[in-house]
Design a protein around this ligand. Structure first.
Ligand code: DQA
Length: 140
């Protein structure tokens, strides 16, 4: 069975409470459940990981190296973490960058991604559906 990792970075554990006008009202647990259901339909196994700590995210990306793909919402680290960029470059698995909000329609600093160039692709602005779109892309 193919296997993918779903990795969420800082403050995404606060989804549902955090700025719902930008990120919606669903919490991370309910989003992970929807991803899990879609993964079952696609016959794909999933490992979920969330951390607010940059080094733990680097470790999780490394751990996902032999998997069939990574869905990564690196949160604010997207915009300045060379360590996360290097971890993506270091692994074998393709990584899809996901953002719930449309980062290109927000502040200037959010329009810069340190990781986009080393990801297979980027999905931004489709709300939590972005995770499902990324899963569908990786599964195909
Ligand atoms: C985010 C966008 C980032 O700029 C922000 O720091 C986040 C969430 C998104 O999913 O839209 O934490 O990655």
């Amino acid at each position: 069975m193919r296997h993918i990792w779903v990795i969420n970075g800082p403050n995404l554990n606060m989804l549902g409470q955090r700025e719902p006008d930008k990120y919606g009202d669903q919490d991370l647990e309910s989003i992970e459940l929807q991803i899990e259901q879609k993964a079952q339909d696609l016959d794909v196994g999933c490992t979920f990981f969330q951390s607010n700590i940059e080094g733990e995210l680097v470790g999780a990306i490394q751990d996902a190296s032999e998997s069939d793909g990574v869905i990564l919402n690196a949160g604010a680290y997207t915009h300045y973490s060379i360590a996360i960029r290097d971890a993506i470059s270091a692994i074998k698995a393709p990584v899809v960058e996901v953002h719930i909000s449309n980062v290109f329609a927000r502040e200037d600093f959010r329009q810069v991604s340190m990781i986009a160039a080393v990801c297979r692709g980027t999905i931004s602005g489709f709300g939590v559906m972005g995770y499902i779109l990324a899963l569908t892309a990786l599964a195909s």
